[in-house]
Design a protein around this ligand. Structure first.
Ligand code: NAD
Length: 249
């Protein structure tokens, strides 16, 4: 039996699969991850990008806008892994996708908004931190590309920020509760493309497993929860996942 066969065997009698995704599910769409061999944190120091530094240092805001526009996240398209998850959902086997990603590619591939739980927000909107104003991110990106390296709110002059959760910010309560409910109700959890090192998000697979779910990890490189999983598959999400989904549907 190959490792893939063992993984399919683990899931074949399961009917309520929950998927937990990280940055690695989107690298094949051209968006760099954080901690992989070519990840963003091999080039810059994460402690420079906390929420506190964003609000107090113009230089941090300038670098954040520059890194986002350079990352390709605004133009990226879903890849084979995102599409395989849509097939799983169409087959009626997927109860949800809890994602740490902010790129919106699960929904762009075709998953309905209410099937995707975004623990770290998303890049679709920019918000003013002082007043209630918000804008589609594309509008603000145009201002940055036109030369405004640290754009502010046109209404009140406040600091503006993409509606994602930075280090030092709490996760959205409603999303956390939904993720926890899904974790307790699934019969298998599949973690894809995550080092499983960012907490509290990485508690989601642990919660599912403690409630009795089978646990499969698909990742390139080790994760912090390999010792907890029933099966660990080393490989590219866009290659491994479609094979598994074909085996289950
Ligand atoms: P991470 O960078 O810690 O881990 C990514 C893991 O995926 C690494 O082990 C890497 O080797 C692996 N990987 C890379 N490409 C892969 C592929 N094609 N197939 C399988 N595995 C692959 O990322 P994380 O665990 O998600 O945590 C980091 C934080 O990164 C999250 O909070 C998230 O908000 C943020 N993030 C999001 C994006 C995005 O939205 N696309 C991009 C970068 C970072």
């Amino acid at each position: 039996m190959t490792d893939l066969d063992v993984a399919i065997d683990l899931l074949v009698d399961k009917e309520r699969l929950l998927v937990f995704t990280g940055a690695g599910v989107s690298t094949e769409s051209g968006i760099p991850d954080f901690r992989g061999p070519n990840g963003v944190w091999t080039k810059v120091d994460p402690s420079e990008f906390t929420f506190d530094k964003y609000v107090t240092r113009p230089e941090t805001r300038r670098r954040s806008w520059q890194m986002r526009t350079d990352s390709g996240i605004f133009e990226a398209k879903p890849n084979a892994a995102h599409r395989a998850l849509v097939d799983l959902w169409v087959a009626g086997l997927l109860v949800g996708v809890v994602t740490q990603n902010i790129d919106g590619l699960h929904q762009a591939a075709g998953l309905p908004d209410d099937v995707v739980v975004e623990l770290h927000g998303n890049v679709r909107a920019v918000e003013c931190l002082e007043c209630d104003a918000s804008w589609p991110t594309g509008q603000v990106v145009k201002r940055v590309e036109a030369g405004e390296s640290d754009p502010h709110c046109p209404d009140c002059g406040g600091i503006i920020k993409v509606s994602v959760i930075s280090f030092g910010q709490a996760m959205p309560q409603q999303e956390v509760e939904k993720a926890s409910r899904l974790a307790r109700g699934c019969d298998a959890i599949i973690s894809i493309g995550s080092t499983l090192s960012v907490y509290p998000a990485a508690y989601v697979p642990i919660e599912a497993q403690e409630a009795g779910a089978a646990y499969l990890i698909i990742n390139q490189g080790p994760t912090e929860q390999d010792h907890l999983a029933d099966v660990v598959l080393e490989g590219a999400a866009g290659e491994v996942l479609p094979t598994i989904v074909v085996g289950l549907t």
